[in-house]
Design a protein. Structure first.
Length: 335
């Protein structure tokens, strides 16, 4: 049986530990957090799990096979690098790192040490996203023309990354998972309403050589919570509402085409309006399925769904988006 150490016992660390316990109470051997009060909670709820305030002891523990990192984004690189150097498999909270250079270094190190490096983009394990993947792979939508995602709510403010790194990362994971093509340019704007200058509203646009465009609207200061994605193809279109409890996906048999009778002076457009299909989705626990994928990747030496290369592409887009914001929304080419 694998032995796992969890580093970070904040909100997401608590969620992960609960799910690990549901899978197998003996999977997690140790929890690390610099806050002793957080460790007191672990002692009371899970007396069989050891606790520590530093990561160094577990790095030398030969019984620990993997390290799960659920700490603030700015610490991901340092902690993941230490774990990989110690020969541990690593599952890290999104985003993998806060720069392309750091992400590439972790990937090189994981390959050199033959260790799994995975990021917990949990949304990829939902039945809704899996259904979207099947629909696109089966060409139900045709050629994808646009991907438009809105992810807004009131809070939770982050102290080390802006709203795009925090919220757009989810929808970028979905986009990168669904579409094989990678963007050639990024353009972003953002605004901060605090003294630290961390953007709490952000808009990100991506351009593709195929003509597809992707747009992301993110906010920590919205009066309502919205998790809505529109995907338009030349055959059909999809509305993906992640907040909707049952009817998360609606497939619209709608479209248009430019009439051959169009002229330079007048464009004639023909519209097609058909039925709406609402596929039935199975109910699953995406967090548990994500953990299972991590464990299977270690045991069977296979590539996980939320793999490091996909995560690197997300970090690259967000890194260049940050540069675009710094240049007041200038479009920047992605090499």
């Amino acid at each position: 049986m694998l032995k796992i150490a969890l580093v970070g016992y904040g909100y997401w660390g608590q969620v992960l530990l609960t799910k690990f316990q549901e899978l197998n109470p003996r999977l997690v051997k140790k929890v690390v957090d610099i806050r002793s009060k957080r460790l007191d909670i672990v002692r009371k709820q899970y007396s069989h799990i050891a606790v520590a305030t530093t990561i160094e002891p577990l790095l030398n523990d030969k019984e620990i096979d993997a390290v799960v990192i659920a700490t603030p984004a700015h610490s991901h690189f340092k902690l993941a690098k230490k774990a990989l150097l110690a020969g541990k498999h690593v599952l890290v909270e999104k985003p993998m790192t806060t720069s392309v250079r750091e992400a590439e270094e972790l990937i090189r190190l994981s390959k050199k040490r033959s260790r799994v490096l995975m990021v917990d983009h949990t949304v990829l394990y939902t039945k809704a996203v899996q259904k979207l993947k099947k629909l696109i792979n089966n060409n139900v939508l045709g050629n994808i023309k646009y991907f438009d995602a809105t992810r807004i709510n009131l809070g939770l403010f982050q102290s080390d990354i802006n709203v795009l790194w925090d919220l757009a990362a989810h929808d970028l994971a979905v986009l990168q998972h669904l579409i094989d093509e990678r963007p050639y340019s990024v353009q972003a704007i953002g605004i901060s309403h605090d003294k630290k200058g961390i953007e709490n509203i952000g808009y990100l646009s991506l351009r593709y050589k195929s003509g597809m465009i992707a747009h992301f609207n993110c906010s920590w200061i919205s009066p309502v919570k919205i998790r809505l994605t529109l995907i338009g193809g030349d055959k059909k279109m999809i509305v993906f509402n992640d907040i909707e409890p049952t009817e998360k996906i609606k497939i619209y048999n709608k479209g248009y085409h430019i009439s051959s009778d169009s002229t330079d002076k007048q464009m004639l457009v023909n519209y097609r309006i058909g039925d709406v299909l609402i596929p039935k989705l199975e109910i699953n626990d995406a967090v548990i399925d994500m953990i299972k994928d991590f464990i299977n990747a270690i045991k069977n030496k296979r590539k996980p769904v939320s793999n490091s290369q996909l995560s690197l592409s997300i970090v690259k887009i967000l890194d260049f988006a940050q540069r675009s914001i710094a240049k007041r929304g200038k479009e920047i080419a992605i090499p």
